[in-house]
Design a protein around this ligand. Structure first.
Ligand SMILES: Cc1cc2nc3c(=O)[nH]c(=O)nc-3n(C[C@H](O)[C@H](O)[C@H](O)COP(=O)(O)OP(=O)(O)OC[C@H]3O[C@@H](n4cnc5c(N)ncnc54)[C@H](O)[C@@H]3O)c2cc1C
Length: 230
């Protein structure tokens, strides 16, 4: 156990919690702020699209991209020509967010409408992955994060493909999660209003796979695709 000193309160946290910092302390509705590794990892593992925020010459950019997680690291990848990856590999500080929308929270007043969500914010500095073995492993992690079972099934990257791909590692050090669940919280006087209130749950669904029409053989649908879910 460790004692985390925040500007607003003192809190006991487990060793496996991320420590809230001045920058990652959730301020609005702080009880929704979560720092347990388990919670952060579950949110990161449920998704594979993040938004990467960074600043170049005073201009902030927020770029959507894919990621994969292994332990306390997330990996980003892309073309070696990508401005985002080039900028981050130069040590420019970055903020990465991952968001899942779980439902629309419909209150009796416009003011109390809300959204059920799970989100993570990561702050830090990424590291260019140069070591060939680590780079290959990062690409495996990245691919498996999106679709477990795919890496072993596909042709492995050639040396030239590896050269054309930049991989960045971002350590999970300064991290927060925020989670809202449950129904609307209305003002006491509004509960008698004749307005439907509750939650409209939302989720991403998996549909039937669509085979590439340019096929030269007919491999069966792999099990990892048949059973895909997030
Ligand atoms: C779901 C998703 C997953 C993706 N995964 C990856 C990935 O794993 N690796 C990867 O390299 N790229 C990925 N991309 C593409 C990524 O968003 C960038 O377009 C790409 O990295 C090119 O970046 P760049 O540095 O060349 O673009 P920049 O040179 O930074 O882009 C120049 C300008 O183009 C516009 N622009 C760039 N990207 C977008 C965009 N996505 N939407 C709208 N405008 C844009 C912006 O105005 C930006 O300022 C993904 C995109 C999406 C939506």
């Amino acid at each position: 156990m460790a004692l985390a000193q925040g500007p607003r309160h003192t809190k006991i946290v487990c060793m496996s919690d991320f420590t809230p910092t001045e920058r990652t302390q959730v301020r609005r509705l702080p009880k929704r702020g979560k720092y347990e590794r388990e919670t952060v990892f579950a949110i990161l593992d449920a998704g594979f699209v993040c938004h990467v925020g960074f600043s170049v010459d005073g201009q902030p950019y927020v770029i959507p991209t894919n990621y994969g997680r292994s332990g306390d690291t997330i990996y980003l990848h892309g073309s070696a020509a990508s401005r985002m990856l080039r900028t981050l590999s130069e040590g420019v500080r970055v903020s990465v967010t991952v968001t899942h929308v779980d439902g629309l929270v419909l209150a009796r007043s416009a003011f109390h409408h809300s959204v059920n969500y799970r989100s993570v914010v990561i702050l830090g500095t990424a590291r260019l992955v140069n070591d060939p073995a680590e780079k290959l492993e990062a690409l495996r992690v990245f691919t498996e994060h999106v679709m477990k079972g795919r890496w072993e099934d596909v042709r492995q990257p050639t040396e030239q493909e590896l050269k054309a791909t930049t991989v960045l590692a971002l350590p999970l050090e300064e991290v927060s999660a925020k989670v809202r669940t449950g129904g609307p919280v209305d003002d006491e006087a509004d509960y008698t209003l004749p307005v439907w209130a509750g939650v409209l749950p939302l989720e991403t669904t998996v549909k039937e796979p669509v085979r590439d029409p340019q096929r030269k053989n007919e491999p069966p649908l792999p099990n990892y695709l048949k059973n895909y879910s997030r």
